[in-house]
Design a protein around this ligand. Structure first.
Ligand SMILES: Cc1cc2nc3c(=O)[nH]c(=O)nc-3n(C[C@H](O)[C@H](O)[C@H](O)COP(=O)(O)O)c2cc1C
Length: 189
């Protein structure tokens, strides 16, 4: 059991579209460790989204954007893991966030921000600022980083399978679930 409010659905956004992405691998490790009652789905739509254009928001929303917004609406929380590109947020992820800025799915949505490198603080700061501007509920106590930068696939697998790593993943996932459950309980009081 993870919380009083079950089941929970978390939608995960990877800032890297690389097949061998370490940030995606971190999200996959979270999916694999999720206890019963928590489902995590990794978004595969980011690479399909057209470049954000406010002119299309009214009555010409692309199908891929509608698919993204439906998932965001259904999610009890978002988990974001992104690399840093040129001291900033990767364009694909920023583009996805831009499509969500003016919509009602995102305000107050709980977000867990994680990272697969010991570097990349500028991107994390930028993401934090963007997410706060979008009025998400950043659950800061669940943020963590596991350094997979420059590791071979074998080293990465070993790090993600290590018992210390698994404790970090599980502990923060449970914290996230509990923070969401607490809000649900407050709202029903
Ligand atoms: C175009 C590009 C720009 C990058 N810029 C930075 C950077 O500014 N700072 C940094 O720490 N790493 C930078 N990196 C390295 C990536 O952040 C790093 O390799 C990351 O672990 C890749 O994540 P992934 O494995 O999920 O794709 C850059 C990589 C690329 C491809």
């Amino acid at each position: 059991m993870t919380s009083g409010r079950q089941p929970l659905f978390f939608y995960a956004l990877a800032g890297s579209l690389r097949k061998a992405s370490s940030n995606r691998a971190l999200l996959e490790a979270l999916c694999a460790i999720a206890p019963s009652g928590i489902t995590i789905e990794i978004c595969d739509l980011i690479g399909d989204l057209p470049i954000f254009n406010p002119d299309r928001e009214a009555d010409d929303m692309p199908a891929s954007v509608l698919a993204l917004t439906a998932k965001i609406r259904a999610a009890d929380g978002l988990i974001i893991s992104s690399p840093e590109y040129a001291h900033g947020i990767p364009g694909g992820l920023k583009n996805a966030l831009d499509w969500l800025v003016s919509r009602d799915e995102i305000p107050h949505k709980p977000v867990m921000l994680i990272h697969a490198s010991h570097r990349g603080d500028s991107a994390l700061e930028a993401l934090t600022e963007v997410l706060k501007t979008m009025s998400v509920r950043l659950v800061e106590e669940t943020s963590f980083r596991i350094n997979l930068l420059g590791k071979t696939p074998e080293q990465r697998r070993a790090i993600l399978a290590d018992s210390e790593t698994r404790v970090i993943l599980m502990k923060n996932l449970q914290r996230f679930a509990q923070a969401i459950a607490r809000t649900g309980a407050d709202q029903t009081d």
